[in-house]
Design a protein around this ligand. Structure first.
Ligand SMILES: *[C@@H]1O[C@H](CO)[C@@H](O)[C@H](O)[C@H]1NC(C)=O
Ligand SMILES: *[C@@H]1O[C@H](CO)[C@@H](O)[C@H](O)[C@H]1NC(C)=O
Ligand SMILES: *[C@@H]1O[C@H](CO)[C@@H](O)[C@H](O)[C@H]1NC(C)=O
Ligand SMILES: *[C@@H]1O[C@H](CO)[C@@H](O)[C@H](O)[C@H]1NC(C)=O
Ligand SMILES: *[C@@H]1O[C@H](CO)[C@@H](O)[C@H](O)[C@H]1NC(C)=O
Ligand SMILES: *[C@@H]1O[C@H](CO)[C@@H](O)[C@H](O)[C@H]1NC(C)=O
Ligand SMILES: *[C@@H]1O[C@H](CO)[C@@H](O)[C@H](O)[C@H]1NC(C)=O
Ligand SMILES: *[C@@H]1O[C@H](CO)[C@@H](O)[C@H](O)[C@H]1NC(C)=O
Ligand SMILES: *[C@@H]1O[C@H](CO)[C@@H](O)[C@H](O)[C@H]1NC(C)=O
Length: 482
């Protein structure tokens, strides 16, 4: 109503129309003459945690979007140039419509990488375009192989205020050749991720489509204040380790409104591996996951671990839709991990066609080397699941703690699980766990005794986390060019 009643609004509509008309005229007059520069950054709005004073287009640095020319040097030159504005209002690099083949490149601080809706970043398939970097200190080795790892396609370390966003532009990892080499044991180093941001503060990754990552898609690690929003992540469900979003030793992270179809966990929360993770000692904490749709036939919708040696605490997940996935929430750990998973809260999950709704694994194994301490036992406690509906489920729960180190304070309430045509006979298989349940069908195991007709609701904290106070603003692409 207000929109049409307000004369100011009408003026704005007319103003916008004139602007659009102007842009169209400019485009028409320059198209084919100097189209690359003219079309670029002229005027668009986007949402971001901070706006920028300077901007440039990849084409200003010799970029060619023909899907065949390598743009690695253009990206390096552009970001190198734009890094001069770090303390002068920051900068935005615009990637126009086109197919931009590139090897790995590094981001800078107070910087936004913006992809047009028809821009595709196409990852190079030459290994030489992917420099090797050290393994993560909290892992002690690469995840696929001992030693170093290929740097991610888009990499940033020790940054402040870095944004990767767009109008749903695409980043294509062309993972197929990596998956084949991995399966054939032909890789000497760990496969690259699509986006990795290390040791950074104030990170936004939003409104993009990521396809066919060689391995994990989005990996914020040792970072704080991270917003991941509006990502569509697609990979064949048979592709190896194509996890969606893996917050790893991060504080204050939000993952919101993402759609993920992948060959591994949609979201996997991590914090380092066995003795390396224990020594590094950096937990993942204060994590919000909200509005996630996941299809993961061979893995979890939300996994905690298996690398959790720095600890995982205060995770709040809600408003989750899972379709055809192996398990809903899964805790993965093992003797040797040390660390903890505690204060986990999940509510409002709808699941269609699942093998297991709940899964906890205390014998995941999978150690970085033989130097782990078998007496380093993980502490798993205060795990809360409530308000869930599942249908076509093979088995409600498989909850397997560690002998002598039970998983405790488990609470499950208001959960209705509909079974498949051929369900398991034993619906709840619980060992070395302790907790309670209320209003759950089918009836949970005796280790999670029902609290009786007086219904108990498991906890979900009412107060928000600091990351919810981080607001995005509407920014205009700057016309203050080079
Ligand atoms: C993503 O795009 C939607 C509109 O499609 C917008 O409302 C939202 O603010 C954007 N979010 C970010 C973080 O870019
Ligand atoms: C693609 O690029 C290579 C060099 O990188 C060149 O030899 C080849 O001619 C190009 N192909 C097309 C179709 O442009
Ligand atoms: C990016 O940064 C990493 C780590 O600092 C470094 O090893 C790599 O060479 C850099 N890549 C480029 C293209 O500069
Ligand atoms: C990045 O920060 C970490 C942790 O503070 C530090 O150990 C490392 O040396 C820094 N790296 C660079 C390239 O500055
Ligand atoms: C972004 O693109 C993907 C892939 O084409 C599509 O599935 C998704 O709906 C798009 N997202 C938005 C917000 O338009
Ligand atoms: C891996 O290492 C072996 C032995 O050093 C070498 O023959 C092979 O070419 C390497 N493969 C790759 C993909 O680098
Ligand atoms: C039980 O969970 C459903 C969602 O599955 C929700 O709609 C309903 O409000 C919950 N009931 C109570 C009493 O919280
Ligand atoms: C139920 O799950 C089975 C696999 O367990 C699947 O084959 C079947 O299509 C699903 N049925 C429905 C109605 O989704
Ligand atoms: C229940 O789980 C235990 C491991 O915790 C396993 O040894 C046992 O075979 C399972 N029982 C059934 C009937 O699946």
């Amino acid at each position: 109503m207000e929109l049409w009643a307000s004369p100011r609004r009408n003026d704005q509509v007319i103003d916008s129309f004139i602007v659009v008309l102007g842009v169209v005229l400019v485009l028409l007059s320059t198209y084919g003459v100097e189209s690359r520069k003219a079309r670029d950054i002229d005027c668009f709005d986007y949402s971001a945690i901070s706006c920028r004073s300077h901007s440039a287009s990849l084409t200003d640095f010799g970029g060619v979007g023909d899907g065949n020319t390598s743009n690695t040097e253009a990206f390096k030159a552009a970001i190198n140039h734009l890094s001069q504005f770090i303390s002068d209002g920051g900068s935005l690099l615009y990637v126009p419509a086109g197919i931009w083949l590139t090897g790995s490149f590094n981001l800078t601080s107070h910087f936004t990488l913006y992809l047009d809706k028809d821009a595709v970043l196409l990852a190079s398939q030459f290994e030489s375009e992917w420099p090797l970097i050290e393994p993560l200190p909290s892992y002690g080795r690469g995840r696929d192989a001992v030693g170093g790892r290929y740097i991610s396609l888009i990499f940033g370390t020790n940054l402040t205020d870095v944004i990767i966003t767009g109008d749903n532009g695409t980043i294509d990892g062309q993972g197929d050749s990596w998956w084949q080499k991995f399966r054939n044991g032909e890789l000497n180093y760990t496969r690259p991720y699509l986006i990795e941001i290390m040791y950074s503060d104030d990170v936004q990754i939003s409104n993009l489509t990521l396809v066919n990552s060689p391995s994990w898609n989005v990996h914020p690690v040792y970072s704080r204040n991270v917003v991941v929003q509006g990502l569509t992540i697609l990979a064949p469900v048979t592709s190896p380790n194509t996890d969606g979003i893996n917050p790893d030793s991060c504080t204050n992270t939000k993952i919101e409104d993402c759609y993920i179809v992948s060959g591994d966990d949609c979201v996997a929360i991590k914090s380092g591996w066995d003795e390396y993770g224990i020594a590094f000692g950096m937990p993942t904490k204060q994590l919000v996951i909200r509005g996630l749709t996941c299809i993961s036939p061979t893995s979890a919708v939300i996994a905690l671990g298996s690398e959790m040696s720095g600890g995982i605490e205060d995770v709040r997940a809600e408003d989750i839709l899972a379709i055809n996935s192996e398990s809903g929430v899964r805790i993965k750990t093992a003797a040797g991990r040390g660390g903890y998973v505690k204060d986990i809260y999940v509510q409002g999950m709808t699941m269609k066609t699942m093998k297991w709704v709940f899964w906890m694994t205390g014998n995941y194994g999978d150690h970085p080397d033989n130097n782990y301490d078998p007496n380093a036992l993980p502490v798993i406690k205060n795990i809360n699941y409530r308000d869930m509906i599942a249908e076509n489920v093979t088995m409600a729960a498989r909850l397997e703690g560690i002998a002598g180190d039970p998983f405790t304070e488990i609470c499950i309430s208001n959960v209705t699980i509909g079974l498949s045509k051929k369900p398991q006979k034993l619906q709840w298989n619980c060992t070395d766990v302790a907790g309670i349940s209320s209003d759950v069908t089918p009836t949970p195991c005796a280790l999670l005794p029902d609290q009786g007709p007086e219904k108990t609701a498991c906890n979900f904290p009412e107060e928000g986390l600091p990351i919810d106070d981080v607001k995005v603003q509407i920014c205009s692409s700057s016309r203050k060019k080079l």
